[in-house]
Design a protein around this ligand. Structure first.
Ligand SMILES: *Cc1c(COP(=O)(O)O)cnc(C)c1O
Ligand code: SF4
Length: 341
């Protein structure tokens, strides 16, 4: 079995010993099937197929279960359904707005901010979010595979200021536990690394991934561990997701959430406030509310900064301070994410 997979087809081919691997081998990838399950107009199909050619449809079945049938504007559906609007060209929207390739000293490793490196262990995700800032990122060329890990470890060893390693994506939780353990065993040899952070949407879209084996791995880590999940709308929470998050919480993990502000999905203060409350009830604190990165194919999700700032102000007025995420933008060449308000 491969330690390292660069695309979802490989995950589909790997063993399905665990329930979560079975779910991965059974993702919805055909727009026709998605429309049928949700009892939506077949007229949406040709456009969905066209847009899916650029960035394929991928969505787990239990995530689709949380969508409302017959509603083409369902906020969960909007995040994953390929639309022809993605194919429209917009002058301000480019393929690499963050110029990440400039802060990419090694394949799969981004060193943009002081003290932290971001590593892409795999380029695969369990879901394809249409607004994703990495939809055009050249992952395939930018992934060394397991044989490339030693180059990352050398880089981290020689940069003594790196105290935190962030595993991001793709989604690191698509790696199996054995591979994760191999990685962290090696990383634990580097004494200046104090914290491990996982950026993952998997607990939200594929909560069965939080297995006892995975929890055991977390428990045995010698790093302080932070998990940043990604939830955009309160309806993404289900009993299974809540139970997975509360299990993580019991392992003394710091649990945070990041949200992307998306037109037509969560651009209302009442929805954002409910999201914060829902997260808190599952042991998670809101961390970042990102404005959209201007990535080609995502212009229909964009909102003016003034709207974002107004929504954020409404959250501040309605919630305790610890339930208000920081409103930020990612900018090329800056030392940190930029606060908008
Ligand atoms: C967002 C990001 C981080 C983490 O930044 P924090 O503000 O610490 O959450 C690190 N590296 C890169 C490249 C990022 O985009
Ligand atoms: S899970 Fe994260 S990295 Fe993957 S497509 Fe969605 S937003 Fe992008």
């Amino acid at each position: 079995m491969a330690y390292f997979s660069t695309n979802i087809q490989e995950f589909k081919a790997v063993n399905t010993k665990h329930e979560w691997q079975k779910s991965l081998s059974n993702l919805i990838t055909d727009p026709q099937e998605l429309l049928k399950i949700l009892e939506l107009e077949p007229a949406l199909l040709p456009k969905a197929k066209l847009a899916a050619k650029q960035f394929p449809l991928i969505v787990p079945r239990t995530f689709v279960d949380r969508m409302e049938k017959g509603n083409p504007n369902d906020p969960l559906l909007r995040q994953i359904l390929p639309l022809d609007m993605e194919l429209h060209e917009h002058a301000d929207f480019s393929t690499d707005p963050l110029q990440e390739l400039n802060v990419n000293p090694l394949p799969g490793l981004l060193h943009k901010y002081h003290g932290r490196v971001l590593i892409t262990l795999t380029s695969a995700c369990a879901v394809h979010c249409r607004y994703c800032f990495r939809r055009n990122f050249p992952y395939e060329e930018n992934n060394p595979g397991k044989q490339g890990w030693s180059v990352w470890f050398d880089y981290i060893k020689h940069n003594h200021d790196i105290s935190e390693v962030i595993l991001s994506g793709g989604d690191p939780l698509l790696m199996n536990d054995k591979s994760l353990r191999l990685f962290t065993d090696e990383l634990a040899q580097i004494s200046h690394v104090k914290r491990l952070r996982l950026h993952t949407r998997v607990p939200v879209v594929l909560p069965e991934r939080v297995t006892d084996e995975f929890l055991t791995w977390l428990n045995q880590l010698t790093f302080a561990t932070v998990i940043v999940i990604h939830m955009n709308h309160p309806r993404e929470m289900s009993d299974a997701v809540k139970s997975a998050l509360l299990k993580l919480k019991q392992k003394k993990i710091t649990l945070l959430n990041q949200t992307v502000l998306l037109k037509g999905v969560n651009d209302r203060a009442d929805i954002l406030c409910e999201l914060s409350e829902t997260l808190f009830a599952a042991g998670v604190l809101p961390y970042y509310l990102h404005v959209l990165d201007k990535v080609k194919g995502t212009a229909h999700f964009d909102l003016p900064d003034a709207t974002a700032i107004t929504l954020h102000a409404e959250m501040i007025n309605a919630l305790p301070g610890y339930l208000v995420p920081k409103l930020v933008r990612e900018e090329a060449g800056k030392a940190a994410k930029t606060l908008l308000s």
